[in-house]
Structures are given as C-alpha cells and as structure tokens.
Design a protein. Structure first.
Length: 187
C-alpha cells in the first residue's frame, strides 16, 4: 500500500453519480467488473455465469429508478477513489408487503475483502432502510457463505428459515438461508 492510501472505505449514496452520465457509465463499468469477477470465482450473487455488462447496467438502472421513488437504496464503497464494493436493498412491490425490503446484494471486490468494506456497506444500507421506514429487512444467503452469515448476525439479523440443498450449482447443492432484521422490535 502506498503512503497516504485510504484505509477506511469511503461510502457514497450511489444516486450521486446518477446525475452525471460519465460518472454513471464508469460506475456501471466498475460494478460489472466486480460482479463478474466475483461470480467467476464462485461467489453466491444470484448468477451461475458472470453477468453481462448489459445485465448489470439494467440491474443498476432498475435499482436507481426504485431509489428515486424511495423504494430502494444503492451504496457504493471506494478505496483510494476506486470502486471496490456495492450493495442495495429494494422495497417489496406488493401493497401488503410495502413496509418490508430485501437486502439484495452486497458485493466486495476480492482485493478489498477483509478491510471492513462489506460491514460498512451493510451497516449503511441497514441505516438507510431504517430511515426509509422499512419495518423488516430480509435477505437470503447461500449456506456455505459463512463469512456473510456471520456478518449479518453481528449486525442483528436473525435466521428465520432454511431450505436444505436448494441452490444448485452444477452438481453441488447448498442450503438457502433466510435472515431478517425486524426494526419494529428495536424501537
């Protein structure tokens, strides 16, 4: 690491680059690189094969549109002015489920893992959800993702269900673990 390098991740609301087409394009490009590299390495992010640039751009467009409507939050983490992680939650669309949201993705570039980026992103998204009036924030994780499950528990999430051998990656099977953070019980 060079002298003067940032040790703490700088977190930003990813709506900030949305107003600048050049910054937005760079953000989408960097996000694609992170997501594709993680999936290529076997990360449990919802894809079996690395997503295309168009898939990531479409996903980010959807999340940013929902964030503008108050139905999502998208956070980005930077180290030394380089995007190293992102995460988001989306509010449930059904009227009966509107007070609730899913923490959809937390993705941290391999080179930045172990530096508190995932914790910082998750904590910021939890705070955003609380501020947005979300009552219950849910997530699911692949059962072999012990690091993520430990992180979520340390931030107050509780496991509320598990589907054994539900996730199929080739011949391998993994549990799908459901977790929740109930803000109603914390107020």
């Amino acid at each position: 690491m060079t002298s003067g390098a940032t040790t703490e991740p700088a977190l930003v609301d990813a709506m900030e680059p949305a107003g600048d087409p050049e910054l937005q394009a760079r953000f989408a490009q960097s996000a694609h690189r992170i997501l594709a590299d993680l999936v290529q390495g076997g990360a449990a992010l919802g894809w079996v094969e690395p997503p295309s640039r168009d898939e990531v751009a479409e996903l980010l467009g959807h999340v940013l549109s929902a964030a503008r409507a108050g139905d999502a939050a998208l956070r980005a983490a930077y180290l030394d002015r380089r995007l190293v992680g992102l995460g988001y939650w989306l509010r449930h669309a059904r009227p009966t489920h509107r007070p609730h949201a899913d923490l959809e993705k937390i993705a941290v570039a391999p080179a930045a893992q172990g530096r508190g980026v995932g914790r910082a992103l998750t904590a910021a998204l939890v705070a955003d959800a609380r501020a947005a009036g979300i009552e219950v924030l849910t997530l699911d994780a692949r059962g072999d993702n012990a690091g993520a499950l430990h992180l979520y528990r340390s931030l107050g999430f509780a496991e509320y269900g598990r589907l054994p051998d539900f996730v199929a990656v080739g011949e391998r099977r993994y549990d799908k673990v459901f977790c929740m953070l109930d803000f109603r019980r914390q107020d």
